[in-house]
Design a protein around this ligand. Structure first.
Ligand code: HPA
Ligand code: ZN
Length: 333
């Protein structure tokens, strides 16, 4: 019953890595097309490999998967497949991460992946009416100089990139490492977001707030450790883009019934539900909503509030946010 309501809810997705939407079938198809060797014999082998006990174990598999992406057509196909699924789940707007360095480091130039992704966004907007933004993430395990070079590489495409973000291995790579690059990005007109508090402590969330001047925190699970931070997040309504099934798969939480998304929502933080890397974590956006409603006893009105948050936390214009808020509120009467 709630499944139908979740399907019907207009939603925005704000924490989604395009490279994390590469389904095993497409992985094999692109490996064959581009003659890339894979360490898997079958789809069952792939599923076996998708058992992770930490972020790093996942990232090793995820970067290996991304190595099959070579041509503009590959990036178009990947992006278009995700947007087709997103539209079918009644996602009306999505702000998608991509990792330039995962591709440029392998010799795939910026214009190849970016043009493929951008064309797919245009096609999906025309066909399904879904709106999109693209967010370029820096890989935090690489140096600040490499991030700075990536920002320079992106300049010809800057008008189609709404924000810069920060992802990859968190512990040992605090936000401060990228303070200067983010300042440069802000001065060039980009908004900023950052993964923080996924595996690392609450200090990393403060670091993203104070040194990267973020509009949102991606994950933010560890904020519960710090009462001053909680008070700050309630007061500023700085959103958290949370990813319940991801946190379960990467053992950030041992069980969804222990996930803090519901308690943070009840405390009055602006939390949102997202799928992160759905091809790897066993569910797209509606499956994440369904999983938390079941594990944390959230009702239709709570799910509706989370969906309203997803638009409020987006980079859409105020008129569009208001239109979605009204549409969702009308579902409850
Ligand atoms: N965390 C950090 N880096 C990532 C993730 C994540 O959840 N997904 C893809 N890159
Ligand atoms: Zn993420």
């Amino acid at each position: 019953m709630l499944e139908d309501f979740i399907q019907e809810l207009p939603k925005a997705e704000l924490h989604l890595h395009l490279e994390g939407t590469l389904e095993p079938e497409m992985l094999f198809e692109l490996a064959a097309r581009n003659k890339v060797a894979l360490p898997y014999e079958s789809i069952a082998d792939v599923h076996d490999a998708y058992r992770f006990s930490s972020l790093q174990e996942f990232l090793d598999v995820y970067y290996r998967g991304a190595s099959v992406l070579r041509t503009e057509q590959d990036f178009f196909d990947l992006t278009y497949a995700y947007l087709t699924r997103a539209a079918a789940q009644n996602i009306r707007h999505t702000e998608m991460f991509f990792d330039p360095q995962t591709h440029t480091e392998r010799g795939v130039p910026f214009e190849i992946f970016f043009v493929g992704m951008r064309e797919a966004c245009q096609r999906a907007r025309d066909e399904f009416g879904i709106s999109t933004h693209l967010i370029m993430c820096f890989l935090r395990h690489l140096s600040a100089e490499q991030a700075d070079q990536t920002l320079t590489d992106a300049l010809p495409f800057a008008q189609d990139i709404i924000a810069v973000g920060l992802d990859s291995s968190e512990i040992g790579h605090p936000p401060e490492k990228f303070g200067e690059v983010f300042e440069r990005a802000i001065s060039l007109g980009f908004k900023t977001v950052a993964h923080a508090g996924e595996e690392a402590p609450a200090d990393y969330i403060w670091g993203a707030i104070n040194h990267l001047r973020v509009s949102r925190i991606d994950h933010g699970v560890s904020c519960s450790e710090d009462d001053d931070l909680l008070a700050h997040l309630v007061q500023t309504q700085l959103p958290l883009t949370m990813c319940p099934l991801s946190n379960l798969k990467l053992k950030v939480v041992d069980d969804l019934s222990n996930h803090n998304i519901a308690s943070l929502y009840k405390l009055g933080l602006c939390v949102t539900v997202n799928s992160d890397d759905p091809a790897y974590f066993g569910g797209y956006l509606n499956e994440n909503y369904a999983a938390i409603s079941e594990a944390l006893a959230l009702k239709a009105r709570d799910l509706a509030a989370l969906a309203i948050n997803s638009f409020e936390a987006s980079f859409l214009k105020d008129e569009e946010k208001a239109r979605y808020r009204n549409e969702i509120t009308a579902l409850l009467v």
